[in-house]
Design a protein around this ligand. Sequence first.
Ligand code: PMP
Length: 388
Amino acid sequence: MKNRSLLMIPGPIEFDPAVLSALGAPTTGHLAPNFIEAFGQALERTRTLFQCKEGQPFVLAGTGTLGMDTACANLVEAGDTALVVNTGYFGDRIGTILERYGAKVTHVRPAVGAHPVLDDVERTLKDGKFKLMTITHVDTSTGVLADVKSLAALGRKYRALVVVDGVCSVAGEELDMDAWGVDVAFTASQKAVGVPPGLALLVASPAAMSALKARKTPVGSYYADWNNWLPVMQAYEARKSAYFGTPAVNLVFALNVSLGQILQEGLEARFARHVRISRAVKAGIAALGLGQVPLGDAIAAHTMTAPRFPAGVTGADLIPAISKAGVTLAGGLHAEIKNEYFRIGHMGAVTQGDVLATLGAIETGLAACGYKFEKGAGLSAAVKIFAG
Ligand code: PMP
């Protein structure tokens, strides 16, 4: 496929051929024995990926926003209080969803690109009595990586259920629900999980399932109600079938292949690979003289990079020029800085070769825009990282 562009946006990403071929296999019924086995195994592997031994996995047809929606719908009753640790666009979105289900929402919202000060979060938790707190692990609009471990510890201390939007992190960034005390985490198939768009993956801790049982009012969404899906997930894990809504059969087969690959690689090795890839991208970007949206390396995601345009270069010129050089990148998303930066996704099956192709295309694009820089500096910086 000579005219094919390399897809390096923060989801969907480039997918492994074995995953795509599972997706393209003839569709079975959702009661077929091989589907029951694949779905059961995918649920077990989802629990392992999220590192939540007693957690209840849900794999639902829908996007990452369904993950957000189903977490909020099941945990919130009208009048409940929620704290949103807000590091960008997706913090705003989960705040809106929480409000839709009747929650009173407080945001801790640092400056764009900053990480919230832990003391500010603690003070807010101490002053309010929050039923739950949400954290966006990687906010895809800023590339800020939240310190979920420390934030979740604060949430626990003040008895809030801890909900993590892991759409741009799970299977790329370290996330250990059990060790860190996370009650609900969710992601979407098209990101580091490595499956085309269409599945939401969520794991709920025993405390989150108890909160569901303790509700006084019905869940405000029919499709998103865990009570409807729980018997289905339990049945498939027990290698039986059950029906509520038709499972996305082909996507589930593909998911099971991808989860198998992820666990085969090993979570620790996988997180370390994402760190290495990210360091190479960021070293390359810095060597070209470009800044980044996150205000410091320690709070920058490893699944994506959000470089700022250099003076005199606009996204309208640069992104098409990079595309012409063979790589598709994404523009800005955060309303306040939309035209000041662009986004590179580097997660899942991403390789060193993909990183070098991307940096090469960025250099070619920058040159086409008339930006003055030392040609090859970005590539050389990345090679130095890979060469150790
Ligand atoms: N949360 C985060 C952090 C995301 O990056 C995204 C998607 N970019 C979503 C939620 C929503 O996912 P989807 O687009 O699949 O609905």
